[in-house]
Design a binder for this molecule. Structure first.
Ligand code: NAI
Length: 346
């Protein structure tokens, strides 16, 4: 869509989230307004904020809103460790069958340990060890003497994510997809994933190169020579871990966005969590959520606005050198926002 064209409003759900969530989401709303994003927001709560306002970490009206809009931008949500409620992020993925988690990582701040990184990790989002089938076996009065957790991968789920990854590679002009697994040890669980993804990849052999790695070797190679990777497709837990590793290659969690895509809904968020250690201090990096908003703009066909915002973010960080503490700078959240808004006026 060309500059000046009038876009239809796009209803979308906005979940500010916990910890640093409200401050960085507010920052991103200013950027989205400046690029003329078409979103008309329905604000809803979830996580600890949901518990405080509605007595529920995932209130019914939040679910209803996402069901209606099929589109959400979400700040990070706090999940109690060990006991407490089950991760709301996992529940949202299950509720809306958001089977593909897309996590692109591209260097925007040069001069770090690694330059020119451009890797997209595609993570299966519903299966694996995240199904939460866990229990304890009590022995001799110790109720937690043994802990058992089961993983679950299906042929259909593996095929769907592999197809998504290869289609994504074709659509975005990528050259190679690396299948990451641990089929040498978890022979059934990740063997099924490997075997199915390979079969899918063979169907794309004329367009996309296929490659495979065992997850531990992949982790090492991502540090030794990350430039060999293009698109990575993997199971849920490995994807969770490797995407944080890859975020580290481009300056940390404050730079890494994620999209959770399903057939009927899509939820966009930062890879990072609610960062309780810096919440309320006005120093959080809003770039990951801003980049998530760019993925959301791409998703609704506003690629031009996404490109403008990405460009302004890059100029503010790179040319103007306005960086938050996590990127080695001294800027506050609002100073970075102002730098981006100024660049959007250029
Ligand atoms: P975290 O990602 O919140 O923080 C890890 C470290 O990175 C902290 O030192 C934090 O200050 C820093 N950091 C994270 N985001 C930053 C940003 N935008 N700007 C500057 N620094 C940033 O991970 P942690 O501490 O393990 O988890 C905190 C809470 O977040 C937990 O309850 C966890 O369950 C939840 N979480 C939620 C996620 C989500 O909603 N998608 C994802 C990951 C964790």
């Amino acid at each position: 869509m060309g500059a000046g064209a009038v876009r239809k409003p796009v209803p979308a759900t906005l979940i500010p989230g916990d910890g640093i969530g409200p401050e960085i989401v507010e920052a991103v709303l200013q950027m989205l307004a400046a690029v003329g994003a078409p979103f008309v927001w329905e604000r809803r709560e979830a996580g600890m904020a949901g518990v405080e306002t509605a007595g529920d970490p995932l209130p019914a009206e939040t679910l209803e809103s996402i069901r209606r809009t099929g589109l959400a931008l979400k700040g990070p949500l706090t999940t109690p460790v060990g006991g407490g409620f089950r991760s709301i992020n996992v529940r949202l993925r299950e509720e809306f069958q958001l089977y593909a988690n897309v996590r692109p990582s591209r260097t925007m701040v040069p001069g770090g340990r690694f330059d020119d990184i451009d890797i997209v990790l595609i993570r299966e989002n519903l299966e694996g060890f995240y199904v939460g089938v866990e229990h304890y076996i009590p022995i001799d009065g110790d109720p937690h003497a043994v802990a058992i957790g089961s993983g679950l991968n299906t042929r259909a789920g593996s095929r769907r994510i592999a197809q998504f990854a290869f289609d994504y590679a074709v659509r975005t002009g990528r050259k190679k997809v690396t299948i990451v697994h641990k089929a040498n040890i978890l022979k059934a669980l990740t063997g099924l994933f490997l075997e199915t993804a390979r079969t899918v990849g063979e169907g794309y052999a004329d367009r996309i190169k296929m490659d495979e790695r065992i997850v531990d070797a992949c982790a090492m190679q991502l540090v030794l020579n990350p430039w060999q990777f293009d698109v990575i497709v993997t199971t849920n837990l490995f994807g969770d871990i490797l995407s944080d590793l890859i975020a580290g290659l481009i300056g940390g969690l404050g730079m890494a966005p994620g999209a959770n895509i399903g057939e009927k809904a899509a939820i966009f968020e930062a890879v990072h969590g609610s960062a309780p250690d810096i919440a309320g201090k006005g120093v959080a990096n809003p770039v990951a959520v801003a980049l998530a908003a760019c993925l959301m703009l791409d998703h609704v066909g506003c690629g031009d606005q996404a490109a403008r915002l990405r460009n302004a973010l890059e100029l503010a960080l790179k040319s103007d050198g306005v960086r938050t503490r996590d990127l080695g700078g001294t800027a506050t959240t609002s100073q970075l926002v102002n730098a981006v808004l100024l660049r959007l006026k250029d």
